[in-house]
Design a protein around this ligand. Structure first.
Ligand SMILES: Nc1ncnc2c1ncn2[C@@H]1O[C@H](COP(=O)(O)OP(=O)(O)O)[C@@H](O)[C@H]1O
Ligand SMILES: [Mg+2]
Length: 456
């Protein structure tokens, strides 16, 4: 600027000299004449220069303002190109810096939002978020499934309408009123019967003011079901044990109170006591067997087993009992050996249980056949009898513990009601399958499959 002013001053001097040379003289003394001309040119030059400079600054400022507006409007990609030298250049690079920081923050926010959404979407627990007024502001897929609602239909609704469950709504109300954590076990009926452990907690803002409620639902139906099954099992066991113990005690007391001296009565009672004691022992044996198979540490001892030979051995062993009841017991086995990976003792247990049932539930004169065939990678063993059969309504429950079609008949025949559940456990531990076909009055066919290539 200084150089420019000086240059203009010199130029003005030269111009005054030039005018004088041509005889044009101003009405002033020589020196002032030069000075005036010089000042005039200096001013004119300065005015021209500052006008152009101001124009350029305004244009650059306009660009910067426009870019800042775009950034403010959410266009984080905006960058002011070629930041100029000087203050405006610094302003431009400061705005570029802000824009980059915002862009980075937005990217981090989007990433953590994405992570949160992925967690919520893949959680087995249901999560719901309500604002301070109790309106639904977030629901994850698990919660949609539990409550049988769709997010887009219930979002923004008051909790009473959104969750359509009185217990859950009153829990949310409690938290909205007290701003304290609350938990409750809630039964859901629609779309599926479920028991859910529910935790509702207040959400507090940065300043500590409450502004919403988060609700987490855990499905505990399976745990509840297992609790029920266990309780039922304990009740069943107690009942099953009580019957023979009561009989033993009753007859022993009768004997002690005089019947001992009546020889015929004494013999009969002692026989009953013996039978009941045997039943107790069978029951305890089966219970121990079942608990062994069900225990966590239970391991099969898998070895190559020649299944056809094993079947033959067991059938031969049981034949006398079948003959005694006038039942024919036959086998239908393939000519070549069938070798499978299996636990010999456990497979023997399965065959003994199935054949014991056929023996018990087939009237004299009937037939029982054990067959073996290969089916792809499996072998299928069938135990078929011409016995009393099983009514269709009982078929689905026949493998449950203590389930018997006719309790009295089973008891009379020495059954415990545990045989088939032991069979099922053993076969499933071998990664096999067990099923039954039956027609009352005609007979039953029990099947089990075993994978040939079994590693347990
Ligand atoms: N071969 C069969 N024929 C008819 N009913 C059967 C046969 N096998 C099993 N059942 C029915 O299934 C029930 C359960 O069998 P199981 O678990 O072996 O108990 P249990 O033999 O001790 O009664 C039996 O009580 C009986 O009602
Ligand atoms: Mg049985």
């Amino acid at each position: 600027m200084l150089i420019l002013g000086f240059a203009l001053l010199v130029l003005g001097g030269f111009l005054a000299l030039f005018l004088r040379d041509y005889g044009i003289t101003l009405p002033l003394a020589g020196f002032w004449q030069y000075m005036l001309a010089a000042i005039f040119f200096a001013l004119a030059g300065a005015w021209l220069f500052s006008d152009r400079l101001a124009g350029r600054i305004m244009r650059q400022l306009g660009e910067v303002t426009a870019a800042a507006k775009r950034i403010a409007g959410g266009d984080w990609e905006t960058e002011i190109r070629r930041p100029e030298e000087g203050e405006i250049g610094e302003l431009a690079s400061a705005i570029n810096g802000i824009s980059r920081t915002i862009k980075e923050n937005v990217r981090e926010l989007a990433e953590s939002k994405g992570r949160l959404e992925a967690v919520l979407a893949n959680m087995e627990s249901g999560v719901l978020l309500f604002d301070g007024e109790g309106r639904l502001s977030l629901i994850n897929p698990a919660a949609e499934g539990f409550l049988g609602v769709r997010a887009e239909e219930v979002m923004g609704m008051p909790h009473v309408e959104a969750v359509k469950n009185y217990s859950l709504s009153s829990l949310i109300d409690d938290v909205l009123r007290s701003w304290k954590l609350a938990r409750k076990e809630i039964s859901l009926i629609y779309p599926q019967e479920r028991t859910v452990e529910t935790h509702a907690a207040p959400i507090f803002g940065v300043g500590g003011e409450p502004h919403g409620v988060v609700v987490v639902l855990y499905d505990i139906s399976e745990i509840k079901h297992l609790e029920r099954v266990r309780a039922e099992f304990v009740a069943n066991v107690s009942h099953e044990l009580k019957t023979p113990v009561t009989a033993v005690k009753g007859f022993a007391e009768t004997l002690l109170s005089g019947a001992l001296y009546n020889f015929r009565a004494a013999e009969e009672f002692v026989n009953i006591i013996n039978e009941e004691a045997e039943r107790l022992s069978r029951l305890i044996h089966d219970l121990l067997e079942l608990s062994k198979i069900e225990s966590k540490g239970f391991r099969l001892r898998i070895e190559p087993l020649e299944l056809d030979a094993e079947i033959k051995r067991i059938v031969d062993k049981l034949k006398p009992q079948f003959l005694k009841k006038e039942l024919t017991l036959t086998t239908d086995l393939p000519p070549e050996p069938v070798i499978v990976g299996a636990d010999r003792d456990q497979i023997e247990q399965v065959l003994l249980n199935l054949l014991d049932n056929s023996l018990k539930y087939t009237p004299g004169g009937g037939q029982v056949e054990v067959s073996l065939r290969q089916d792809g990678g499996d072998v299928i063993v069938a135990v078929k009898d011409t016995g009393i059969g099983i009514p269709p309504e009982d078929l689905p429950r026949i493998f449950e513990r203590f389930y018997r079609v006719d309790k009295a008949r089973s008891r009379k025949l020495g059954g415990t009601g545990l045989g088939l559940s032991i069979v099922k456990h053993i076969i499933e531990a071998h990664r096999g399958r067990v099923w039954v076909e039956s027609e009352p009055g005609k007979g039953s066919q029990f099947y089990f499959s075993l994978p040939i290539d079994n590693r347990g």
